[in-house]
Write a protein that binds this ligand. Sequence first.
Ligand code: SF4
Length: 335
Amino acid sequence: MDQSLTEEIKRLTSLGLHRRCVEGALEGVAAKTLEINRLKREKNAVVCAHVYQTPDIILGIGDLVGDSYKLADDCRKTAADSIIFCGVHFMAETAKILNPSKKVYVPSKNAGCSLAEAITGEDVRKLKAEHPGLPVVAYINTSAEVKAESDCIVTSANAEKILRKMYERHERLIFVPDRFMGANLAKALGKTPGKDIILWKGTCVVHEHFNPELIKVYRKNYPGLVALAHAECPSELIDAVDFMGGTGDMMRYVESTDASAYLLVTECGFGELAKLRFPQKNFIAMCRLCPYMKSITLDSVLALLRNPAPEEVTVPADIAARAKRSIDKMFELAA
Ligand code: SF4
């Protein structure tokens, strides 16, 4: 076997990736990660990997890894000429808005998002006309056009903090597009949906379906279990868990506590990563796959590096300029 391939297999094994491969499969994964990493160096490209990607992408080829806030923040600091976004399209658009001189690519045409697709710029314009004077806070899971119509962007990592600050200056506001996250935030802030916070009807196809009754079953079977759920879950589910937050908050919670078992209620890629990062901890799977995130594979990244042009992400300059204002507002208020 080629020496560089042997070294790559060793590297992936040291990261624990052999544990998720059937016998003999790691060699094929290593051949792809080796070639992708070579092409990245050749083209001065950086790979942003969201935590819902598979571990072979996150650990094998990811240079910047994290939730949507961390990736948006980190990609502002990269010296690379191009950014390959292993995440969904709205994240790549955000990267392009923040890095207009760089080429940004998504290695899948199917990497959409049910939340981002739930609302258009025209919908926001209508909401503003129905509620004149109210500021619009948009979850980062929105198109560039929706961001351009908004006053401030939030992510699950900073939404509560930013909304708290916004309410110091405004009695009411509009929050789009996730109605569950909006309701969860309203509850945390003591606000009333429909009165203090105007919500839209978007939902995440991954987080909307978790069953709160199952949490009781898991608690019975695993005494001492701590349940953590993403803020995109419905309120009944959030009421049944011990901690609500974004994936970065959830990872930090796991790292800083010592429960007998953790139930992670979110996309499956996050649980896979947590198991690899904390092999000594006990994780119970209650997860669903995001079809958009999982449309990206090592093969699609390799194909993109060999022929990037068709997958380039662009944002019209006027929309990008207005969207950047609302993203910059997020960085200012989240600081
Ligand atoms: S998990 Fe939900 S919010 Fe995240 S990309 Fe998939 S559909 Fe969108």
